[in-house]
Design a protein around this ligand. Structure first.
Ligand code: BES
Ligand code: ZN
Ligand code: ZN
Length: 488
């Protein structure tokens, strides 16, 4: 485990001291720093150069041979630090400094109530996508950090919380690597391979429906999206069952796995297509959640479903105006080939409800661009068919210190999905509310199971880097889904 706790430290290693605004004396420093180091810190603080503003840092270099570096890190004042979500950014900034200055172990002297968020922030901020970097660049970095140790007399967290952090720290990079990998190395068959490797490693049953089987089952909505591509549609079902005799899943998690979204014949213009390898983030998040659950040996029966297709253009591709029949028998006119995510998930939801009868279902998808118009790039859209389950999911977001907002899925939106001569259309004219309309369409494929839809079209990917995410996949919602499943 990278993150851990100790009550003593070795002086020669990097220490990080967290200080609130205007504070000149730290009880933690007094307790845990060698007296010469403490003197070093106090004389520096007395110069009044360090104010303790949020995110402010100072590096104290060693003055003797056996001394290590000390970093002072500002926490700001109590007010500006109020939301736990924001505390993670301090961890993110620290991650970069740790990468630069730490060797072996780094010791953190932090207020107890910040330990968890700092750990998650460091974990997120440490990530780099290295797969396609040249050898020399990689060698230069020489990552030789062994442990990130929180120093305090008593362990600030229990064993379970340390395990949660550890599982996240393994699963988030797994998720982000999957999303950041370009489509030429991450097609629908690669997704199958990853799921099968996962099943082997964690002893989970994995079922794969290929195009032929999907057609036979009647999943023509999913098949239609993928029919233009060399690598055709797949539905991948992963059954995680541990320490339970449950016959039906406590929770089914479905992910949109569009490995690339060109938009199809309703082609996306330049500027909107470049990052569309991210369109399988929902599926990657589902797989990563199962990984985190498996790493923590969480008890329960969880079903993960990856609805995979590549939305391509070719002589075989679906056209606007085509009509397909979904697994539940409903006919759909394809009014826009770019509204493909809902088609993939429609068959997934209907199939899972009928054949697995889970107690609850949740789907996660980069479903709309509209969600970032409504909520920006840091807030996930939440919609569902059951007020209690909506509440439960919102609570999971809160407890996982991630951001989300509930949007209203009213009956008029659901009605507006009806077609002129088909049961449904996949994109309705003149309604706006694009994100809600995505959920409204999906609602037609769930009969009675409590279900929530998460739109991560704004949160899955960072164009503008922050301390928690460099350019690329963010791992948004992973912590929440893990939390939700653990409590399901
Ligand atoms: N994958 C996109 C949504 C998206 C856009 C995700 C940008 C992340 C960043 C989705 O398939 C799509 O194209 N949705 C359309 C729906 C519309 C045609 C009804 C959209 O949001 O414009
Ligand atoms: Zn699309
Ligand atoms: Zn899409």
């Amino acid at each position: 485990m990278l993150f851990t706790h100790a009550s003593t430290s070795s002086r020669s290693q990097l220490h990080v001291l967290f200080l609130k605004k205007g504070v000149k004396k730290s009880p933690e420093a007094k307790k845990f720093l060698h007296k010469d180091d403490l003197a070093r810190v106090e004389s520096f603080l007395n110069k009044n150069e360090f104010k303790g503003e949020k995110g402010e840092t100072s590096l104290l270099h060693p003055t003797q041979k056996n001394e290590g570096k000390i970093i002072l890190m500002g926490l700001g004042d109590a007010e500006s630090n109020k939301t736990p979500y924001e505390e993670q950014f301090i961890g993110g900034s620290l991650a970069k400094l740790i990468k630069k200055h730490a060797q072996g172990k780094v010791y953190l002297l932090a207020p107890k109530e910040l330990v968890e968020d700092l750990a998650y922030g460091i974990s997120l901020g440490r990530y780099e996508f290295e797969k396609y970097q040249g050898k020399s660049e990689k060698q230069e970095k020489q990552p030789n950090l062994e442990k990130i140790v929180f120093l305090s007399e008593k362990d600030p967290l229990n064993e379970e919380k340390w395990q949660d952090i550890h599982s996240f720290d393994i699963s988030a990079p797994y998720l982000r690597d999957m999303v950041n990998t370009p489509t030429n190395d991450m097609n629908t068959e690669t997704m199958v391979k990853l799921a099968q490797e996962f099943g082997k490693k964690y002893k989970c049953k994995v079922t794969v429906f290929d195009e032929k089987k999907l057609r036979k089952l009647g999943c023509h909505a999913l098949v239609g999206v993928g029919q233009g591509a060399l690598y055709t549609a797949k539905m991948i079902l992963i059954e995680y069952k541990f320490g339970t005799k449950e016959k039906e899943p406590n929770l089914a998690l479905l992910g949109k796995g569009v490995v690339f979204d060109t938009g199809g014949y309703n082609i996306k213009p330049t500027g909107y297509m470049e990052t569309m390898k991210e369109d399988m983030t929902g599926a990657a998040t589902v797989l990563a959640t199962l990984k985190a659950l498996a790493e923590s040996k969480v008890k329960g029966y969880f079903l993960g479903v990856l609805c995979c297709a590549e939305n391509s253009i070719s002589d075989k591709a679906q056209r606007p105006g085509d009509v397909v029949k979904a697994y539940n028998g409903k006919s759909i006119e394809i009014t826009n080939t770019d509204a493909e995510g809902r088609l993939c998930l429609a068959d997934g939801l209907a199939y899972v409800e009928k054949n697995y009868r889970p107690k609850k279902m949740l789907d996660i998808a980069t479903l709309t661009g509209a969600v970032s118009v409504a909520l920006g790039y840091n807030i996930t859209g939440v919609m569902g068919n059951n007020a209690n389950f909506n509440k439960e999911v919102m609570k999971a977001f809160q407890e996982a210190h991630e951001r989300a907002w509930e949007l209203p899925l009213n009956q008029d939106f659901i009605e507006a999905c009806k077609g002129k001569f088909t049961d449904l259309v996949n994109s309705s004219d003149g309604v706006r509310a694009g994100t809600i309309m995505g959920a409204a369409f999906l609602n037609h494929f769930v009969e009675k199971t409590p279900w929530v839809h998460l739109d991560i079209g704004g949160t899955a990917w960072a164009d503008k880097p922050s301390s928690l995410s460099s350019y690329g996949a963010t791992a948004a919602c992973l912590r929440t889904l893990y939390h939700l499943a653990k409590n399901a």
